[in-house]
Every structure is written in C-alpha cells, then in structure tokens.
Design a protein around this ligand. Structure first.
Ligand code: SAM
Length: 343
C-alpha cells in the first residue's frame, strides 16, 4: 500500500503530541525521562495545553493500571496492544516503575515511517534498549521457571531491533510496522508478538482512529472486539464537531492537512458507544474529559498538578475538555477485568 500525502501529515501529529508530552514532563505534570529522546525540537506549551495532556495521560494511565492490577490478581499475564502508538513511552515508564520487571506483554504498531524512526531511537539510546534488554532477560529467566499463569516466554530473552524494517522483537515488548487499514497485517503482528487472544488484553487508541475514514476505523474496533474475549479497548479522541469550538478544532486540523475523517461517525458519546457495540464489544461506556477529569482522577493528584502553573483560562479549559472523550469497550468473558465504567 502506498503512503498517501495525508498519511504524512497524520504521522506529523505524532511529533506534535510528543513535544507536548515533553513540555508536560519538564513542568512536572508527570515523570517521563524517555520522551526527550523522541523530540527533535522541544518547545514549552501553554498551561492550557499542558493541563490537557496531563488529564489525558492521567486518565489513560489510571485505566491501564487498573487493568493490569485486575489481570495480575486473576493470575493472568496482561497484554497491551497500542494502535497508532507513535512515540508513546508508556511501556518504558512502566518497566522503570517496576524496577525492570515486565509490566505486561506489549505490541505497538504504527505506519512504517514512524516505527522506523522509533526503532532507530530505541537502538541508539542506552536508556531505552538497556531497559528493554534488562526486562527481556528477566522475562526469559522467569519463563524458565514458569510464569504465574503457566504461559511461557519466547525463551532466550533476545531483543532484535531492526530500524530499517521498523521493528523490535523481544519477549516483552514489540514494535511493528502496520497500516491499520490492513487488518491481516495487524493480526499477523499480534501473533508474531506472542499475543494470546484469550489473555486479558488492553487495546489503546489514543488520537488515532479519528484520523482514519470511518469505513476503515470501524473494522479495527470490530476486529479487536471479536478477537479478544477478555479485553478493554480505550479510545481517546475528539467529539462534538458541531458547535463553534468544535468547528474551529476541526478546521485547524484540516488546515494542517490532518482532517478528522473519523469524527462524523463518532461525534457524540452515544456514537462512540454505538460503534463499540456494533464492533462486538459486550459493554461500552464513554465520558467527556471534562467529566473524567473531575470524577475519575484522584483529587489530591489533580490538585498537585493544578498547583504547577498559573492558570486563568478556566472557560476555555472546560470547552476543550468537553471536546475530548474516552470511550471504553469491555469484553469480560472470564470475569477478570476491572469495572465497566470510566466514570
Ligand atoms: N498514540 C500516540 C500518542 O498519543 O502519543 C500518537 C498519536 S498521533 C496524534 C496519531 C498516530 O496515529 C500517528 O503516529 C500516526 O502515524 C498513527 N496512525 C494514523 N493512521 C494510522 C494508520 N492507518 N495505521 C497506523 N498508524 C496510524
């Protein structure tokens, strides 16, 4: 499949997101010492942008941690599939926090142009490939003695990084070039990464599906919903394109060559739930970030973040947060997942 002009612009949204994440980590919103390696030109973002990225980070991280805790409590090996991962560093942060223990089996996919750059950076930076190597060896040693759920690792603890191919293979973290419009390639990458379709699986799509045509993103939602009977799918993206603020948001991105092609199919929280249900997900829930920020995040953590910068754009803040949501699909055949709601 050839890369279209608009694909190149959409890949650029990844660089933009990472500049904002670096800005946040430098301001103390969250700890990410890995993101610096993925940013070519750092730039300090406004308090409004920083707080928005913080809320996105904090809500998604809380969901992921709840998922991992529940899977481990059930004696299962959790696995995480990150769609359109870009330069997301979550796996590295979680491996660091676990002191070099595998946080979960991870597969990240993105366009090849993006995964080539990511693989090259992982190969170049000792902080990244050193941590990966350390965790891979620990997984192989644990595998030799048998994992908690009896599953085995790929044995050797070997890490293969191929920057030209845009891939990383290891027993705990994999990166693969996959165009999400090609579900066969996605399925093959999951199998190659050692994914067990029956294991508890967290599927993350952070600002990705909304850049695809609805006719191409709905099948991704449906593939995940029908492939993993014990899974959560978290979708973070824009909603409400129809009011004045929403129209501005849509036109800003369109001007940059990144139209929100998927937004017409999921303009509301209800539409998000409907897409998940149509995709075979047993239960679905969706909340705006304005709601989630207040109800889902622990108040003391929120207050810590709110003291970091002077902030007087409260009206605009609520407006922005009303235009983003997290939609959650849930398949809980074996009863091993955390509660259904993000509220
Ligand atoms: N999820 C990352 C984050 O939140 O930091 C990156 C988000 S960035 C806004 C969107 C990402 O989706 C880009 O890295 C882009 O290359 C990827 N993407 C968009 N359409 C895709 C497709 N059809 N196949 C694979 N990746 C895609």
């Amino acid at each position: 499949r050839s890369v279209e002009g608009s694909d190149v612009q959409v890949q650029g949204t990844n660089d933009d997101a990472q500049v904002s994440k670096l800005s946040c980590s430098r301001m103390g919103y969250f700890r990410d010492e890995f993101i610096q390696y993925f940013v070519r030109r750092a730039s300090r973002r406004s308090p409004l942008i920083n707080r928005g990225y913080y809320s996105r980070y904090a809500a998604l991280r809380q969901l992921l941690e709840q998922f991992i805790t529940a899977a481990r409590a059930a004696g299962k090996q959790p696995q995480v599939l990150v769609l359109g991962a870009g330069f997301d560093t979550t796996w590295f942060q979680m491996a660091r926090d676990g002191g070099g223990v595998a946080p979960y089996r991870c597969l990240e996919v993105d366009f090849k142009e993006v995964t080539q750059r990511k693989a090259a950076i992982i190969a170049k930076e000792p902080a990244l490939h050193g941590l990966l190597q350390q965790v891979a060896v620990a997984v192989a040693e644990a595998g030799a003695g048998g994992a908690a759920d009896g599953s085995s690792s790929n044995g050797t603890g070997a890490v293969h990084i191929d920057a030209a191919a845009g891939s990383v293979h290891s027993p705990c973290y994999s990166l693969a070039p996959v165009d999400l419009r090609d579900l066969g390639a996605l399925e093959a990458a999951a199998a190659a990464a050692g994914f067990d379709t029956q294991a508890p699986t967290y599927v993350l799509s952070e600002c990705v599906l909304v850049y695809m045509d609805p006719g191409q993103s709905s099948p991704v939602v449906g593939w995940a919903g029908r492939t993993f009977p014990n899974a959560l799918m978290a979708i973070y993206e824009q909603i409400r394109p129809d009011d004045a603020f929403g129209r501005q948001m849509v036109s800003n991105l369109a001007e940059r060559g990144c139209p929100l092609k998927g937004l017409p199919a999921t303009p509301t929280l209800e539409a998000h739930c409907a897409r998940l249900a149509a995709g075979g997900w047993g239960a679905a829930d969706a909340r705006s970030m304005d709601t989630l920020y207040k109800s889902f995040l622990p108040p003391e953590e929120r207050q810590r973040a709110e003291r970091l910068e002077i902030f007087d754009e409260l009206e605009e803040w609520h407006m922005i947060q009303e235009h983003y949501c997290i939609a959650l699909g849930r398949n809980d055949r074996d009863g091993v997942l955390p509660p259904a709601s993000v509220g």
